[in-house]
Design a protein around this ligand. Structure first.
Ligand SMILES: NC(=O)C1=CN([C@@H]2O[C@H](COP(=O)(O)OP(=O)(O)OC[C@H]3O[C@@H](n4cnc5c(N)ncnc54)[C@H](O)[C@@H]3O)[C@@H](O)[C@H]2O)C=CC1
Ligand SMILES: O=C(O)[C@H]1O[C@H](OP(=O)(O)OP(=O)(O)OC[C@H]2O[C@@H](n3ccc(=O)[nH]c3=O)[C@H](O)[C@@H]2O)[C@H](O)[C@@H](O)[C@@H]1O
Length: 478
């Protein structure tokens, strides 16, 4: 089967980059990415794309207006397409049954109903969003219940594994592509059609075909395993801090075992991003629904350790600053959930800011890629601040790291931006109040050099020798 036109519903972090790469690699296919948000589509059609992603500008510019279109005309794009990717958001439900754990599937259902309402020809519908197992069944049920004469649907699962900050490369050169579908002849035909798209640039042996439910579960399992590694090394970091072991040395030692592997063993102030917590909780909820409480409790610990790590780090900041941060100036370097993205969803910096605002600290925040309005939106969210007016009282956003450090008692590295490694820390030291503290939540700075300058340095998973600083005898917060 040859596909001439494809449509992608959802122009977000997944739909935009993945379909831009498809368009660039398949010049004979017309790719239309649609979204309900006029603002987002306007940005995709401008020089200022709605998300920062290295290499994305070039890919989009190379095919936008040729075989890549961004549009709010959802119905026309669906009607004309042979194949439709569903890339809408699947956030954690914050109300009703499964609140705080289950994925909210209302956007998936709305997309499926829209396809059913407007389609006049047969479609392959590809679920790319991350969903609970059996979501493809719900999509299929909605489509079949509303099917028009002569129209046929095949639903496939094709989860996305790209990571933000490396999205373009991840789609260009993935470890694997997963496709789940039915084993009957129509199912196989649909799987072949989707394989044909990917085979424009990905070797066939990297495309793994399986049943739909395995494919859906593999996505949740992959994210749960990745998050579990971070929580595991973060749990080890707590032992390191209590004993004098060094978590980076431990990670290096265990990572050289080829059965364990060296990736995703970087201890940190906690994982962030829109998916790890959401998908692990989704798995927890799935286990609960399947009456598997022990499995649910196991995966719940991955999220609990992440909360513990963030709180533990915040406590260490307060304790080190003589057990009070009230009215102290604290500079936060980095607000994105990781480097090379402007995305702040579930960023550890948000939670750290919350804990410090609860202690009435004054925050001076700098991030090279996150807009001021975005930081304020995160901090004034009702889950973070009960009284948003306190945010304007306690928080200032800065365009320059040196300005942000001016008059500060402490500086906290929350995001591992490369530029933080090469700042002029002599200059920063001069601008700060003494004793000047640095809390390296990402283990990226040269701690010995900072101690030499005169800083009091604290980091994750390691006790640092330091010049003595007077400590108060007030009770510890830990
Ligand atoms: N962000 C990431 O790095 C990754 C995300 N995923 C998964 O991909 C899915 C999408 O994630 P993101 O792209 O980050 O979300 P996003 O929130 O950036 O984008 C989703 C877009 O879908 C649009 N939308 C929602 N309902 C719609 C409808 N009925 N019709 C048209 N547009 C609609 C929204 O307006 C939004 O622009 C989620 O399930 C996520 O778990 C998977 C791999 C990586
Ligand atoms: O489903 C998704 O949304 C995606 O989730 C993650 O990608 P992403 O969240 O974009 O970024 P990661 O590189 O995985 O980082 C997630 C968080 O973990 C932190 N992290 C990562 C690695 C590590 O060793 N230590 C650590 O603290 C990062 O700083 C970040 O806060 C997965 O890596 C992708 O494969 C997946 O497709």
């Amino acid at each position: 089967m040859t596909l001439k036109k494809i449509c992608c519903i959802g122009a977000g972090y997944v739909g935009g980059p993945s379909c831009a790469v498809i368009a660039s690699k398949c010049p004979a296919i017309q790719v239309t990415v649609v979204d309900l948000s006029e603002e987002r589509i306007k940005q995709w059609n401008s020089d200022h794309l709605p998300l920062y992603e290295p290499g994305l500008d070039d890919v989009v510019k190379s095919c936008r207006g040729r075989n890549l279109t961004f549009s709010t005309d959802i119905d026309t794009a669906i009607q004309e397409a042979d194949l439709i990717f569903i890339c809408v958001n699947t956030p954690t439900k914050n109300f009703g049954i499964g609140k705080g754990r289950a994925a909210d599937l209302k956007y998936i259902e709305a997309a499926a109903r829209r396809i059913a309402d407007v389609s006049k020809s047969s479609k392959i519908v590809v679920e790319k969003s991350t969903v609970p197992v059996k979501a493809a069944q719900s999509i299929s049920n909605i489509l079949q219940a509303n099917v028009k004469p002569g129209v046929k649907y095949q639903v496939l699962s094709n989860p996305e594994f790209l990571a933000e900050g490396t999205a373009v490369n991840d789609v260009l050169d993935p470890d694997r592509v997963l496709i789940g579908g039915e084993k009957n002849s129509l199912g196989k035909e649909a799987i072949e059609a989707l394989c044909w798209i990917y085979e424009h640039w990905i070797p066939r042996e990297k495309i793994i075909v399986m049943n739909t439910w395995s494919s859906e579960l593999s996505k949740l399992a992959a994210n749960a395993f990745l998050a579990q590694r971070i929580s595991s090394i973060n749990a080890i970091s707590a032992i390191c801090e209590a004993t004098g072991a060094d978590v980076s040395e431990v990670a290096n030692a265990i990572g050289t075992d080829s059965r364990i592997g060296s990736k995703f063993l970087k201890a940190s102030v906690g994982f962030g991003g829109s998916c790890f917590q959401k998908d692990v909780l989704n798995l927890v909820y799935l286990c609960e629904c399947l009456n598997l409480p022990e499995a649910a409790a196991y995966w719940q610990q991955v999220v609990d350790i992440n909360d513990y790590q963030r709180q533990r780090f915040a406590n260490r900041v307060v304790e080190s600053l003589f057990n009070t941060v009230t009215d102290k100036n604290i500079t936060i370097l980095g607000f994105a959930f990781k480097k090379d993205t402007g995305d702040t969803r579930e960023s550890a910096a948000i939670y750290l800011s919350k804990y410090l605002m609860d202690e009435e600290a004054r925050l001076r925040i700098y991030d090279p890629k996150v807009e001021k309005s975005q930081i304020l939106r995160e901090l004034t969210h009702p889950c973070i601040s009960e009284d948003p007016s306190r945010v304007s009282k306690l928080v200032t956003i800065h365009q320059d790291p040196y300005e942000a450090a001016e008059g500060s008692h402490a500086l906290i590295v929350c995001t591992e931006w490369d530029e933080f490694k090469t700042l002029d820390y002599h200059k920063i030291y001069q601008k700060m109040l003494k004793p000047a503290f640095i809390f390296d939540g990402r283990i990226i700075l040269d701690h010995e050099a900072l101690i030499e300058i005169g800083f009091h340095v604290e980091t994750i998973g390691k006790r640092l020798s330091r010049k003595p600083v007077h400590r108060s005898i007030a009770p510890s917060t830990q």
